[in-house]
Design a protein around this ligand. Sequence first.
Ligand SMILES: [Zn+2]
Length: 392
Amino acid sequence: MTRLSSPAHLRQVRTGNMHAVLVAMLDGPASRAELAQRTGLTKATVASLVEPLLGQRILAEGAVVNAGRGRPSRPLRFAATGPVAIGAEINVRHLGVTVQRLDASTEFERRIEVDNCRATAADIVTRLADLIRTAIAACGRDPLGIGLAVPGIVQDGAVVHTPNVPSLNGIHLGDQLAAELGRPGTTVAVDNEANLAALAHVWPHRLAGDDFVYVSGDVGIGAGIVIGGAMFRGRSGFAGELGHVIIERTGHPCPCGSRGCVEQYAGLDAIFQAAGKRDLAALLLALDHGDPRALAAVETASAALGAALAALINICDIETVVLGGSYAALFDHIAPGVHTELDTGVLAATRRPIHLTTSAFGRAAVTRGAAALITRRHCLEPNLLLPPGRRQ
Ligand SMILES: [Zn+2]
């Protein structure tokens, strides 16, 4: 048992206080006195905690501000040249990367269209490593780590089920990516893309409330379910497989092995095929011109997606749905049909309307959330930000 006055206990308290200071800083620039107010710590404690964060250029001091009758103060903010994390994404038809600071401000963002569906895992990792090297060169400093999003189920760092990018099945992507980058010690944390996009709406700020479902719509459809501000993953990480909810038992076959999955009606490829369009830009143009075939394809997709979401909400009693991925671009076209299904299919909708919204991050939500996986860990365990000799 740790004694209250023991060095181990004091270190624990100091680490907890530093965590509190970093989290308080996420609410915006603040003087030491304001930080004391936000955290409930004494000014002297805040001053002693801030010193190593300034020394490591994690925080920076602004110019002196004379605020009324009080003593002049120098507001602290996260340093523009401070630590960064990388968020990366492998999806069916694109790769993406975001470089993000601890306060979630973005320093670099890029997305390239590439067909990963038929590519080998080695080719995908090589291309992604090139993209990450470009990002590291652009920001000019080594990242704290890399969060990597994949369109599938991840268990213990291994991709275990990714029907739309089959070459990734069974691959330990983190190890392969670190080796390909020539940075074998780099932390690479791999997770499902919808879960990570949902995380972008939880950390550092709760942008969609405490209870919501983030729906990631591309070729596949995934959902990140957040309950009480925490991700609901299920027993083995399979929670949120919205795309494989069966809406027609004798319907179209799905790469997952089942039939009639919602993905076969509301997934991007299903919409393109029904609309007779090759890509999102062509589909949006056709919708804007009132093309009947495109409108019918989107109507079918909206009804299928709405039916699957209604089933999910009837079970989880969630009040907010965030539509992301390509659904963000299609929001104005699909939201009315989804709303209709939710209004008729969700029991609770008669008492409380379901809030249907789109992600403020557009198609970048996944890489933002992947980076947040790393920045959140470092804010919660601030010792990771300090060199070994300066840790608490
Ligand atoms: Zn399926």
